[in-house]
Each structure stands twice: as structure tokens, then as C-alpha cells.
Design a protein around this ligand. Structure first.
Ligand SMILES: [Zn+2]
Length: 82
């Protein structure tokens, strides 16, 4: 993949798919399908670290706006985000 898209391996690791708990396990979130979505490592690690933690829907809207503005993840990743 890294060679195919001419991307550094570290950048691909940032985009690796993870299981994101919409309600964190530390806050009583369950290991159930309605509480788990696919998210890249970056989103999974950053959403809950925001000063004002956004709801899953608000975070999704934020990511979509930023992707459209080409301000989400380094520009080299954008061909993979389409
Ligand atoms: Zn992401």
C-alpha cells in the first residue's frame, strides 16, 4: 500500500482502521455493534481528547467539512480518503 500510493509507512499507520467506541468504555460504553464504528487511528485517539468533546455526529460533520476543505490529515493522504 505504501509503495502503491507513494506514502510513508508512518502515515499509513495513522490511517489504520480501528474500532471506535462512540461512548468510551471508561464512561460505561458497551462492546456492542451500536456503540462501535470504524475509525482511523488518528480520529480514534483524538476525538475524546478534545477540550470540548464532540458528539459522534458533530465529530463526523467536523471531519467531513475538514476533508472537503482538504484540511484533514496531510494532503498526501487525500487520494485515500475519496
Ligand atoms: Zn479518521
Amino acid at each position: 500500500m505504501a509503495e502503491r500510493y507513494h506514502l510513508p509507512v508512518g502515515l499509513l499507520n495513522r490511517l489504520r482502521c480501528t474500532a471506535e467506541h462512540l461512548k468510551p468504555r471508561t464512561n460505561g460504553g458497551r462492546e456492542s455493534l451500536d456503540n462501535i464504528v470504524a475509525a482511523c487511528v488518528f480520529c480514534n485517539q483524538t476525538r475524546h481528547k478534545m477540550r470540548d468533546v464532540l458528539s459522534p455526529v458533530a465529530y463526523q460533520q467536523r471531519v467531513r467539512r475538514r476533508v472537503e476543505a482538504r484540511k484533514w490529515h496531510p494532503l498526501e493522504c487525500h487520494p485515500l480518503l475519496r
